[in-house]
Design a protein around this ligand. Sequence first.
Ligand code: NAD
Length: 500
Amino acid sequence: MTKTVHHWIGGKPVEGASDRWGPVADPATGLVAARVALASADEVDAAVAAAKDAYATWGTSSLAQRTAVLFRFRALLDAHRDEIAALVTAEHGKVHSDALGEVARGLEIVELACGITTQLKGELSTQVSNRVDVASIRRPLGVVAGISPFNFPAMVPMWMFPLAIACGNTFVLKPSEKDPSPSLRLAELLAEAGLPDGVFNVVQGDREAVEALLAHPDVAAVSFVGSTPVARHVHATATAHGKRVQALGGAKNHMLVLPDADLDAAADAAVSAAYGSAGERCMAVSAVVAVGAVGDALVAGIRERAERIKVGPGSDPASEMGPLITAAHRDKVASYVTGAAAEGCEVVLDGTGHVVEGHEGGFWMGPSLLDRVPPTARAYREEIFGPVLCVLRAETYEEGIALINASPYGNGTAIFTRDGGAARRFQLEVEAGMVGVNVPIPVPVGYHSFGGWKDSLFGDHHVYGDDGVRFYTRGKVVTTRWPDPSEAPDGVDLGFPRNH
Ligand code: NAD
């Protein structure tokens, strides 16, 4: 064991004091490479206190001061893309090119936050009544917390903190304990960019730290991204403690392929979206619904492409798909494939038991493909979060969309077709928050918000974009009257104010 991962509180690294530690493995070797401090409620309290102190000045700092820090942070992040991506690969396992993509999509939100001057412009109505003006302005909330999942250890925190601090809040991040290092590097770069101490803090930890944040009286709002059961719990608990909450949960993203689709393009898209990052993406396509006669040709196309995927360590430029996050998760993912035939699925590709030479201890699994999956099968009903693609067959568009809309999840979805009318109908009828038309992973750009429906999001606000600004601020309306000193005062009037 070579490394210890600590907290970042009040602008500097702080040693863990709870004497509770979690293992951080290199998923490509299976070896424990570091241990991470798991915060106690007292350590969470110290981070919140540092953020509260910093809010006293950051909350009233000028937009010019905030954007100056963000522009410098943007430049530093750009210069350190490779290094942060390497940290992601070392602890998460995804291939370096994919980790670079995650950093790029985080950077996009930093750039959005650099433009906060435009987004925080209020509204003014003059002369709404005699000598009366009305202004709508937005003010920061105070200390806000972010709790992030293992699968995007750099990007998901950047979905949250750039806009939160741009809006004048201070921030406490609780990253996933499985890959805790990238967030500490982001904290160092923020400090180098000139962010005042205490504006951004990191508490490493597990459930204990999360519970402390959810109940903390000085935390005004919580942004959570993770699995559905935890998202539901975070939303219920933090709202019961009077906080504003956005809690993004799990997914089962469907891709509907109509008979007129370009089958090669659809097969390429299905393979990229199902097996990229070993399926550990909340926007991964995990279910393809093949409509009409396309099923056999589509499954053949997916199989042929999936068989060619090179599985290997994320640090090897030849690898296309890395390992899974832990041995326990790999075994759980494998259980969906081993149990599939007994539930009526046709196992076209079985990726269980995959071995990578020279890396025998890694948490490997190859691409798996299940065809003719009945909607009752466990592999279809549950989020697998691994490289397992289910193909379902439907006779018609109506049957296909009914299947999608019956899912408890509603994160992303996609339709592949050449028929504009069908695509338009799908956009309106499908019950999901993010829709792709011939785009398999429709993650919105930074200036359009990201979020799902149903069990994929608890709360009213999606993340980043306009919703992000709304989430991290609250509205205030100021009604102003400057009487004309040359006129006599109005005198007492007990009637309800009317405009005239
Ligand atoms: P997770 O729910 O296990 O963990 C997420 C965070 O919650 C971590 O910081 C973890 O420490 C904490 N946590 C875990 N169990 C907890 C508990 N019982 N009480 C309180 N806190 C707890 O999720 P994960 O395995 O890290 O990430 C994968 C999941 O995240 C998948 O379900 C995926 O779909 C989802 N995800 C969703 C989105 C989205 O935008 N909707 C994005 C990325 C990941």
